[in-house]
Structures are given as C-alpha cells and as structure tokens.
Ligand binder design. Structure first.
Ligand SMILES: [Fe+2]
Ligand SMILES: [Fe+2]
Length: 474
C-alpha cells in the first residue's frame, strides 16, 4: 500500500478506515507538536532544513529530499509490507499464524516492550536539543535534524501501536510518553542511558554510534515478533535507523581522520593546541558510551528475556539465520561471570541468557566498525589502535555491576579502579577541551577544526551545499 500523504496524518495503514483510531491520533497530534516545539532542536524551528521524507516502505527509493521547516515534517505511520505466508518463527508458538491482534495473555508484556522502546525516541531528541548551537558544519547540522525528526517519527510508530491495540491504557501511555523528560528528577525517561546528557558533538556521534546501535538490535529482535503490526513497524524503523548509525560511525571516523592529520602535521600526540581531539580522549569517550550502551541490553541472565522469546514476542537478531530449533529447548551457552577476583565462563540455559546473545551480536557489529576506524589510523601511519573495553567494564546492570573491571577485563579493588578512572573514562579536562572546541560553523562547505569533511554530501549534493538555510541570527 502506498503512503498516503493527503490525510492529516500520513499513513499506509488505511487510517481513514478506522474513524475512532484516526480521531484519537488527531487528538494526540497537537500534543506531539507542542512537545516538539518545546523539546525539539532549540533555535532552529524556523530554519529550512534539507530533509528526506519517506515515500514508500520498500528498501529502494523510499525517500524524497527537499527543504522543510522541522515542525512541518510529515510525521506519520508507516509499516513495512505484510507477508501473507509468514508464520511465527520461534518460541512456543513457532509455526502458528502471526497475530494480527494482541493475544490477551501477552497484553501487559507487549505494552511494556512498546512503551520502553517508544520512550527512547523522544528522549534522544531531548538529549540532543542544544547541539544545533555548536554544530561543526551545515552538513552535520542537517544530519542531526534528520535524525531528530526520524526519532520523532519512531515515537509516532510506537504511539500508533498503543492507540490501535491497547485501548484506554494505550492512550494514557501515549500521553505519558510526551510527559517524561530526559534527565528530569521527578519524571525521567525510563532507561538510564537516555537520561545522560549529550553535551557536545563527540558525545553525540558516540551516542548515534553506540546507543542508536543498541536500538538497532532491540528493533531487529522486535521485528521478529509474532505480533505482526509490531514486527512490520520495527522493520520500517530499521531502514531509518541505518542513517542514524551512519551519522555516528562516519562522524567518529571523521574526528579520527582529522586527529591523525594534525598528529602528522605537528608531530605530536597532543593535538588539543591545534584544534583537534587526542586519540586518547576519543578512546575514553568510546569506553564510556560503549559501556553504558551495553547496559541497555539488560542482565546477562533474565527470565523476562526467556519469557519474551518463548512467548514469540521478541526474537534473536536475524532469527532465521540461527541453525537450531528456534525454541532453545534444553540448549545452553556460556556466559561470563565474575567469581572472586577472576572472570570465568559459566554454562547457562540459552533461554535465560538471550540478552547476552543479543549483546554478542551488538559487540560483533561494534568490532567491525572499530576495525574501520583503526584502518583510518593505520592509513595515517600512526601506531595506535582503538579498542573496545571488556564487556564487564563500567557496568551498572547485570552481573558485573557490583565489581570493578578494568578495560582489559581484570577485576581490581574499588580503590584500585578509582585511582585509574581518569585513564579510562572522560575526565573533566577532556570534557572541557572538547567543550572549548564546540563553536558553530555555519558557512556552507566549512568544517570545524576537529573534524574532517565527509567523503560525499547528502543525496549527491556537493559539500558546500546549503544543507540548512534561513538560519537564526546568532
Ligand atoms: Fe529511533
Ligand atoms: Fe535512531
């Protein structure tokens, strides 16, 4: 079904065929816009941004590009195409037809899953709302805003499910999604990483790389769901998510590239004086963002995770690719756990360890990106390699939360760990240095001193294209 943009709420779910639902969403729509104006990108609501808008839900040619003011973005409800032959692929209901309605016994759990996912979307917009003031280029500013409007659309995606399938509770949850605020003392966002500040663009790129990538894995496992509307919603969200991950990975890659240029030009590791960010600082930011993103996968051992899988609600990453029974009856796997002063492998039921299995897929993906960054350093003939810290490092959730693990994976005393914290995590001096570099660059084709230009522009436009026009007077 094509995307219908002629209605007040663009959609491909035949919204006009369900007047009650349409009216409920039309009541929510102005509340969303109020939230966007209050908590969306600060200072740029009236700017013209070169944005892409979805025109179809298939992988090819789904976007058109043009100037838009962000509050005029056509947020809507888009689900990937249904596959009539598809059946539930895993768990106790494996082989049964997909659910078009919510099975009563899973209502509570499904609502929780949808609300938790939905909450991260507006949270990230709130976390990033001040970044426009210090953008390193118009190209980067445009990419930030593209990510922001799409996170807004992801909120729409989850709110649609709440309104369409959860009745009154769903409507209340949809309102509450606009009521919580990232970092708020009394009404914070649900997950820890989404209450952290994103104070500067290095943190932003790290967030888009590591934290959005957790989102990719959560969405991919929900895209396997036996509840078909959820699966199809998440499938389309994943196509949008790919751009967010690109912004993160290429952003960090460009910072690294610039640092290497400055190191070679000035024959030094300390490039702060020359307007760059030291590789050691990049490593510490990486350690921080990677570790808090690992927490988002939850505890290594989780009966909730087992139940979600057995119930057919949340699968593994690319469930079809797993060569097993897709039910994990009697299956086991090894899981790392701290034991006294060492980290050992323990054998656990695979079902209870599913968070760890999803985390494995994520870690492997992070390793691949890391190798690409290290290639940039290698190409500059610099003898340095970025590393992912051990998965027990700096964890607040799961079996490692009570122990002090070094990036190399050794357990040390609390005091021993604290005494080396400044080697491993961003220091106040690091944050100050990065903050001092954050000055807006708003001239087309120009880039801040700490980041290399990208290889190419957006949608075949040149690098000096005016990606954001009609800027506020700063
Ligand atoms: Fe999202
Ligand atoms: Fe995202």
């Amino acid at each position: 079904m094509g995307l219908n943009y002629s209605e007040r709420i663009p959609n491909n779910v035949n919204l006009s065929g369900d007047r009650r639902l349409m009216r409920a969403l039309e009541i929510w729509q102005p509340h969303f816009l109020e939230w966007w104006k209050e908590m969306g990108p600060e200072g740029f609501q009236a700017a013209d941004v070169y944005l892409r808008t979805a025109t179809s839900v298939d992988a090819k040619g789904w976007a058109t590009f043009g100037y838009l003011k962000m509050p005029d973005y056509r947020w809507g409800i888009f689900l990937a195409e249904a596959n009539p032959d598809e059946r539930i692929a895993f768990g106790e209901h494996k082989g049964e037809p997909l659910w078009r309605e919510i099975p009563g016994e899973y209502r509570g759990v499904l609502r929780r899953l949808i609300v938790t996912q939905g909450d991260t979307e507006p949270a990230s917009v709130e976390q990033q709302r001040h970044l426009g003031a210090t953008c390193p280029s118009l190209y980067d500013l445009r990419n930030l805003f593209q990510v922001n409007v799409e996170e807004g659309r992801h909120l729409w995606a989850m709110v649609y499910l709440l309104h369409a399938y959860f009745g009154r509770d769903g409507r209340e949850e949809a309102e509450a999604l606009l009521g919580r605020r990232s970092g708020s003392g009394d009404n914070p966002r649900i997950l820890g990483a989404f209450n952290e500040r994103t104070p500067d663009w290095l943190s932003y790129f790290m967030f888009a790389h590591f934290t959005d990538r957790d989102g990719k894995y959560q969405l991919a496992s929900l895209a396997e769901s036996g509840f078909d509307p959820l699966a199809r919603t998440c499938r389309f969200m994943l196509t949008e998510e790919a751009h967010h991950l690109f912004v993160g990975e290429s952003g960090i890659g460009r910072v690294i590239e610039r640092t290497c240029q400055l190191m070679n030009a000035h024959d030094t590791d300390s490039v702060g004086l020359f307007g760059g960010i030291d590789l050691a600082i990049i490593q510490r930011y990486l350690n921080f963002h990677y570790s808090i993103s690992l927490d988002l996968f939850g505890s290594e051992l989780s009966t909730n995770a087992a139940n979600y899988f057995s119930a057919g609600l949340k699968g593994r990453y690319r469930e079809d690719d797993w060569r097993d029974d897709h039910q994990l009856i009697g299956a086991t796997r090894t899981v790392l756990k701290p034991e006294g002063s060492v980290i050992v492998e323990s054998t656990q039921p695979a079902l209870v360890a599913l968070n760890e299995t999803l985390r494995d897929s994520y870690v492997a993906d992070c390793e691949r990106a890391l190798a690409r960054w290290n290639k940039i350093i290698g190409a500059a003939n610099i003898d340095f390699a970025l590393k992912l810290p051990h998965r027990g490092f700096h964890r607040a959730i799961g079996q490692f939360s009570g122990v002090n693990v070094t990036p190399k994976g050794e357990i040390v005393s609390a005091q021993g760990w604290e005494s080396r914290r400044d080697q491993w995590l961003p220091t106040s001096a690091d944050k100050q240095l990065v903050a001092d570099l954050m000055r807006p660059v708003l001239k087309p084709g120009e880039f801040a001193s700490w980041i290399a230009p990208p290889v190419r522009g957006i949608n075949h436009q040149p690098l000096d294209f005016e990606y954001v026009a009609d800027l506020p007077q700063v």
